[in-house]
Design a protein around this ligand. Structure first.
Ligand code: FE2
Ligand code: FE2
Length: 136
């Protein structure tokens, strides 16, 4: 597994604010990835917990912002999108509870990296034409 880099062509959902939030999420996930690769002492473990907390706060804000924007524009598939967000939060919650040891921390980071890319490229991309129309 290597760090993911943001690429406009591949990852832009057609809205600057959402793109900025996705980049910030990626930045935090990449930081968590780096921390999980150097988990050798309690100091690093503290860093990992700190970044995970910051990430999950940011995730909450992003998902709420995205859902409210989609609601404002009357996005037809909003219910399914909200379900996908909730499933993600539930999965993170259960992985975080389990992630007491190093191996499980890595599982959580890999899950977050896969989720970031897959969710944006499949679910978030579905709303692209609708949010793009907003800025034009
Ligand atoms: Fe989303
Ligand atoms: Fe998103």
């Amino acid at each position: 597994m290597i760090e993911i880099s943001w690429a406009y062509k591949k990852h832009s959902v057609g809205n600057d604010k959402l793109d900025e939030q996705h980049k910030m999420l990626l930045n935090l996930i990449n930081q968590l990835f780096v921390q999980s690769s150097v988990l050798v002492n309690p100091e690093h473990d503290k860093g990992y917990g700190f970044i995970l907390d910051a990430l999950m706060k940011y995730v909450d804000g992003h998902l709420a912002y995205e859902e409210s924007l989609l609601e404002q524009i009357g996005y037809a598939d909003l219910d399914n999108h909200k379900i996908a967000h909730q499933k993600f939060l539930d999965k993170v919650q259960s992985l975080s509870l389990e992630s007491a040891d190093e191996g499980l921390k890595k599982d959580l980071v890999h899950f977050l990296m896969n989720w970031w890319e897959n969710h944006i490229m499949t679910e978030d991309m579905k709303y692209k034409p609708f949010v793009e129309a907003l800025s034009n």
